[in-house]
Write a protein that binds this ligand. Structure first.
Ligand SMILES: C[S@@+](CC[C@H](N)C(=O)[O-])C[C@H]1O[C@@H](n2cnc3c(N)ncnc32)[C@H](O)[C@@H]1O
Length: 300
């Protein structure tokens, strides 16, 4: 897959897996219940989670299915997913497969639900949408899951299309907020002003616009669910360091031999922001968009 001059390559998340689960904020509590209700899931179906990372979403939703298959091209992510599945006693109900979404094996069988947790934007969306349509049973669901954007993260178009929003104001919480802007500046200082991704750069980020792609592929929808966030979270400096290294734009491989020097600068910045090494923030809400493979019309 290419975005402008940028080409996908296998180093996109190289070295990030070990930091992912600790560093990333969880999806909003209640996500599994909300999705279970919306899709009428009763623990019997099959889930395919594409771009599963360390199994975050697949494991959150596993209670709703009899079988879970996770797919990701990053071998480190799959090691973490397997470990987490073993820890949660999922055993043989979970399978983890190393593949890109564009090259899914042909023998996966039919699924009731296919999920994408903050991963579809990395894919050749037209091609993957067509593949997923073929893997879903009639009436099955293509489910996109992402952190709900805050007002200042939205583009002007997104603000018009979707006036519903949340703030993640950390005012009044016991510890200082995570100094995200200063962390961003530090990453730029070490890696250059243009966003890095794998072996290339992504000056304009990754594409949105999946609604048009999925409509063209023949899906119906979307139905939108928002699972509210807002709960108070406490994060340590180690959690924030893990968050930084979990991102494709500041994954460990990008720093080469300067990795330790970057981490030392990052830790010094965090200590200046919070001498206790504790930070407060609010749980993001989770936005879920559900598209359906239309059931076949009854015959004459
Ligand atoms: C931001 S992480 C999301 C992980 C997990 N789904 C979650 O919700 O936390 C994106 C994941 O997509 C995977 N990914 C990137 N490009 C992919 C592709 N072409 N096919 C399948 N997975 C891909 C990455 O390896 C990474 O694990």
């Amino acid at each position: 897959m290419a975005i402008g001059d940028w080409q996908w390559d296998e180093t996109l998340f190289a070295g990030a897996a070990a930091y992912y689960r600790r560093g990333r904020l969880p999806y909003a509590p209640g996500l599994a219940q909300a999705l279970g209700r919306a899709l009428d899931l009763d623990g019997r179906g099959r889930l395919l989670d594409v771009g599963c990372g360390p199994g975050t979403l697949a494991l959150d939703l596993a209670q709703l299915f009899a079988e879970v298959v996770g797919v990701d091209p990053d071998p480190g992510m799959l090691v973490e997913a397997e470990r987490a599945a073993a820890d949660t006693g999922l055993g043989e109900r979970a399978t983890w497969i190393r593949a890109r979404a564009e090259d899914l094996p042909g023998d996966l069988g039919v699924f009731d639900v296919v999920t994408f947790g903050q991963s579809f934007h990395w894919m050749d969306q037209e091609r993957v949408a067509a593949t997923v349509l073929g893997l879903l049973r009639p009436g099955g669901a293509f489910v996109h899951v992402a952190d709900l954007k805050t007002e200042d993260q939205k583009t002007a178009d997104q603000k018009t299309a979707d006036p519903k929003t949340e703030t993640r104001d950390a005012e009044g919480l016991p510890h200082p907020p995570v100094p995200y802007a200063a962390v961003d500046d530090l990453v730029r200082h070490h890696l250059g002003p243009v966003r890095r991704a794998g072996q290339g750069t992504l000056p304009h980020g990754t594409p949105g616009g999946e609604a048009e792609v999925l409509a063209r592929a023949g899906f119906g929808g979307p139905e939108r669910l928002v699972v509210a966030g807002g709960q108070t979270l406490e994060r340590s400096d180690d959690d924030v360091v893990a968050w930084v290294f979990s991102l494709s734009s500041s994954a460990p491989h990008l720093f080469g031999e300067s990795r330790d020097a970057f981490e030392a600068d990052l830790r010094a910045l965090l200590t200046r922001a919070s001498p206790s090494g504790r930070f407060s923030e609010r749980q993001p809400g989770t936005e879920v968009r559900v598209w359906r493979k239309e059931p076949a019309l009854p015959g004459p």
